[in-house]
Design a binder for this molecule. Structure first.
Ligand code: PGA
Length: 248
């Protein structure tokens, strides 16, 4: 059986010293309970190097919350994928809904990020998800399906791709999408991946994200189609982390 994937998205919740402290908790929890999991964590850019030293030689994978598509040039404020690679990052989150919402990141940009990640041997964690209004209007399939297709436009093979279905209304709201409903969307996404990459598309993990915590994790783990979870708030809480990875 494939291992489930756990990615902690630490967002801008922590100072760098707090990130280093949490990184140690990730290592000890993953060493104790992580045999059924691939465990990853995405600190802020400024903490990547320090956290990288903590994860070195441990089972925990270093992830980045974002990354830019060009390798160098006049791009103020951007962090290229090549820089992430130098810092021993292996997963890079692209198209997170907070990037789409606050920085105007578009499907076209996500496609370029996914391609650049792929070219740099990084695993792109491609986030997709509809807003509450889109859901109410019955447009979920169209929106999420469109985001998946667009993001993969320039990625020619199914290696090193993870899709994270994160409905925007469920992120940070304490109102998660039910495991059954998430599994329906995952089925739709799996169909698109198969259409795009044939058999190898079926191996692409599809994660769920949005208000996952130690109380509700079991329901998601019971769904075969849910390959793991992308966890924000609860992923910065040592107790929740332990309950998710070790079981309650
Ligand atoms: P949340 O965030 O777990 O705090 O809802 C998930 C995410 O944004 O990846």
């Amino acid at each position: 059986m494939n291992k489930k994937i756990f990615i902690g998205n630490w967002k801008a919740y922590l100072t760098d010293p707090e990130a280093v402290e949490l990184a140690h908790a990730y290592v000890s929890t993953a060493e104790e309970c992580g045999s059924e999991w691939v465990v990853a964590a995405a600190p802020s850019f400024t903490a990547l190097e320090r956290v990288s030293h903590v994860f070195d030689g441990s089972p925990v994978v270093l992830a980045s919350q974002d990354g830019f598509w060009e390798d160098e040039g006049a791009y103020t404020g951007e962090i290229p994928m090549s820089t992430l690679q130098d810092l021993h990052v292996r997963f890079v989150i692209v198209g997170h809904s907070e990037q789409r919402k606050y920085r105007g990141v578009t499907d076209e940009m996500v496609a370029r990020q996914a391609e650049a990640a792929h070219d740099h041997d990084l695993t792109a964690v491609i986030c997709v998800g509809e807003t509450e209004e889109e859901k109410e209007a019955g447009r979920r399939e169209e929106v999420v399906g469109g985001q998946v297709r667009a993001a993969l436009e320039h990625v020619e093979d199914a290696e090193r791709i993870i899709i994270a279905y994160e409905p925007r209304w469920a992120i940070g709201s304490g109102d998660p999408c039910s495991p059954e409903e998430a599994a329906e969307v995952h089925t739709m996404i799996a169909g698109i991946l198969k259409e795009r990459y044939g058999k190898s598309g079926a191996k692409i993990p599809i994660l769920y994200g949005g208000s996952v915590d130690g109380d509700n994790i079991d329901g998601y783990l019971r769904q075969d189609l849910i390959g793991g979870v992308l966890v924000g708030g609860a992923g910065t809480d040592k107790e929740d982390l332990r309950r998710i990875l070790c079981g309650s």
